[in-house]
Design a protein around this ligand. Structure first.
Ligand code: ADP
Ligand code: ZN
Length: 439
């Protein structure tokens, strides 16, 4: 039977109650961390703050921040808050921005994480009558296990495909009537593209919704995926350090993701000064876990840039909403002194009728940044006449200039010439790094 919420009493509780729960849990979590993690105790002592100073969320700002570098420094066991014998699982980040970090889970941690993923599935319309095809990678990456566990909790029929082998994904999707698809948005777009190539129309599959996350994607890409697969596409956000996918999830409004505030407190800060910003400001997202046993994190700086909102949501959920991450603070490229996010480039491509298959290549020649974008032509629109290609490149370059303020060099390539990703897409190749330039 289809329900509207996985845990209605939690997902729709009043703001006052959310706050009360957060106050109580925070006090406990801080004491637990201080008593059990030496690394934290040192950080708090350095800042001159003791667990007794924390009476609730209003005191959160007194705590020190934790950064990814701390996790790397404390690797592997330095932030573990319980005996290893109490842990049942280890996961690791994808290493998108450097050395991987590892996170530990007790069974209790796994249970809460899976609840969060089940909430996301229900918000996307899933129930125990659905067939949930999970093609996020299984293994160290949290995507596969997270959605898999959520699907089990919900009682959906779970198809643990993992990523890759697109022909087999499509065969099972068709033969076993998958109704919910879970993968990265770039892989969803690829599946859509492959279905079309095989001669399937969007209405030929039984899919009704997809839960796509783990990497940035734009509204344009959402429309594209919804069209090619004939589904509703929902965003899901999370990071390994906090558990994995399901820290926040989108509801039927498709206008931002509800943060599971009974398990996490969210703050937005100025990434340069660390100052906490008022609701509605754009800044770096910082999370404090409230219930974790193995790997609790206080004021963890995600480096994801977003905006929070408490505007009433028509779905009835009361949890605060975050916008799609507008990029990572470390995902921003500085090209010839101008800040550029891959998402801006993607938006221009999709608005100009190109698929989101592109790669940005940066280098520095004679002390000047070079900025090249390889873009595939659409099969429907393909031409190998140099004159036509040049005209199209010029047109796209002008559109990029309008959006970004600087001129990239566009290279239109034949369809399928850019390697497809089955997990997180690699969008940027920054050769300036070889020169030791840290941007
Ligand atoms: P890594 O930092 O190595 O990629 P993870 O695999 O844990 O490690 O990925 C977490 C990161 O993925 C987040 O901090 C965020 O930058 C990105 N991410 C996760 N979900 C989304 C999403 N829905 N939209 C945009 N970015 C996302
Ligand atoms: Zn909602």
């Amino acid at each position: 039977m289809s329900k509207k919420y996985f845990q209605p009493e939690i997902e729709t509780m009043s703001e006052e109650w959310i706050r009360k729960i957060q106050d109580e849990k925070l006090v406990k979590q801080v004491k637990y961390v201080y008593d059990n993690v030496e690394y934290y105790r040192n950080l708090m002592d350095e800042k001159g703050v003791k667990p007794e100073d924390i009476h609730g969320v209003e005191d959160l700002h007194k705590l020190p921040f934790l950064k990814k570098d701390d996790l790397r420094e404390a690797y592997p066991y330095g932030l573990l808050a319980t005996d290893l014998k109490n842990c049942v699982r280890i996961h690791s980040t994808s290493g998108t921005t450097g050395k991987r970090v590892v996170a530990f889970y007790t069974q209790h941690d796994i249970d809460l994480w899976e609840d969060c993923c089940a909430r996301a599935l229900v918000a996307a319309g899933a129930s125990n009558e659905d067939v949930c095809q999970v093609c996020y990678g299984y293994g160290l990456f949290t995507g596969g296990s997270g959605l898999h566990g959520g699907s089990h909790k919900l009682g959906s029929l779970t198809l643990p495909m993992s990523s890759g082998n697109t022909d087999r994904q499509i065969q099972f999707m068709m033969d076993l009537n998958s109704t919910i698809l879970c993968c990265t948005p770039s892989y969803a777009a690829y599946i859509g593209e492959t279905l079309k190539e095989k001669g399937y129309k969007p209405e030929d599959n039984k899919l009704k919704a997809g839960i796509f996350g783990a990497e940035p994607w734009t509204e344009e890409m959402r429309r594209d995926i919804e069209k090619s697969l004939g589904i509703k596409a929902y965003d899901i956000y999370g990071l390994t350090e906090l558990s994995g996918p399901g820290v926040a999830f989108e509801c039927e409004e498709q206008s931002g993701m509800h943060i599971n505030e009974d398990h996490f407190i969210a703050e937005v800060i100025d990434p340069n000064t660390g100052e906490v910003l008022p609701l509605g400001s754009k800044g770096e997202l910082v999370f404090t876990s409230l219930d974790k046993e193995a790997f609790p994190l206080l004021r963890y700086r995600t480096r994801d840039i977003c905006v929070l909102s408490r505007k009433k949501c028509s779905c009835g959920r009361t949890f605060v909403k975050m916008t799609k991450p507008l990029g990572r603070s470390d995902d921003m490229m500085i090209i010839r002194g101008v800040n550029v996010f891959p998402s801006q480039i993607e938006a221009v491509l999709l608005n100009n009728g190109y698929a989101p298959n592109y790669q940005i290549i940066l280098d520095r020649v004679n002390n000047t940044d070079t900025f090249d974008i390889n873009v595939e032509m659409n099969p429907d629109d393909f031409s190998d006449t140099p004159k036509v290609i040049t005209a199209k490149e010029k047109q796209l370059q002008a559109a990029m200039k309008t959006m970004l303020g600087i001129n990239p060099k566009i290279h239109l390539l034949s369809p399928k010439s850019i390697t497809r990703s089955e997990g997180k897409a690699v969008r940027v190749i920054d050769n300036r790094k070889r020169l030791g330039i840290t941007i």
